[in-house]
Write a protein of this length. Structure first.
Length: 190
């Protein structure tokens, strides 16, 4: 690992740690609301904690029905409904339909979903800051053990996965009581 790559990993880890508060059970719990970007936010940025979990926020968001269904089929709804804080790069319905998401294999589907989830809360503003501090790139470790790489193209945030998939963030900062989701227009894991 190069010194530059290590610096970006450290910067991303600091953002993850800084974006989380301590929950009563020792787990990290996201501070939703106050960090939400007004652009593309499906949840109110009133400064208070969101009442619904991240899983519930994803489930009620138009265009994420296939992803919400895939989370349920993979048996991961408990992850997105837990007290632990997460950031989800949720592929929209068109992205999942075009990819034939894991072909019905539950273990493969769970791996695909975990490849879109990052521990901790990383808002769009956090991503932009990490990209700027990381000389144009920010790397984020996923629950599947792979790495997502974020970069900017103008005002657009692009995220790529280890499998080579790249997607644009088309809706940012959907907040839940335990994290944030960014809707992407492609698959980042296979």
């Amino acid at each position: 690992m190069t010194r530059r790559t290590m610096t970006v990993f450290v910067a991303a880890a600091a953002l993850l740690a800084g974006g989380c508060g301590s929950g009563g059970d020792g787990n990290k719990a996201g501070q939703a609301g106050g960090n939400a970007s007004a652009a593309g936010s499906a949840s109110s940025a009133s400064g208070g904690q969101a009442k619904e979990t991240l899983g519930q926020a994803i489930g009620r968001t138009p265009g994420l029905g296939a992803f919400a269904g895939a989370v349920k089929t993979a048996g991961l709804e408990g992850v997105l409904g837990s007290a632990s804080a997460y950031t989800v790069f949720a592929p929209n319905d068109a992205a999942l339909a075009g990819a034939g998401a894991a072909g019905g294999d539950k273990a493969k589907l769970a791996g695909l979903i975990r490849g879109h989830i990052v521990p901790g809360v990383v808002t769009a503003d956090d991503l932009r800051s990490a990209i700027d501090k990381g000389h144009g790139r920010a790397r984020l470790a996923t629950l599947s053990g792979t790495t997502l790489t974020a970069r900017r193209e103008g005002d657009t945030i692009l995220v790529s996965g280890a499998s080579g998939g790249e997607a644009r963030v088309v809706q940012a900062d959907l907040t839940g009581s335990n994290g944030v989701a960014h809707v992407v227009d492609g698959l980042l894991a296979r």
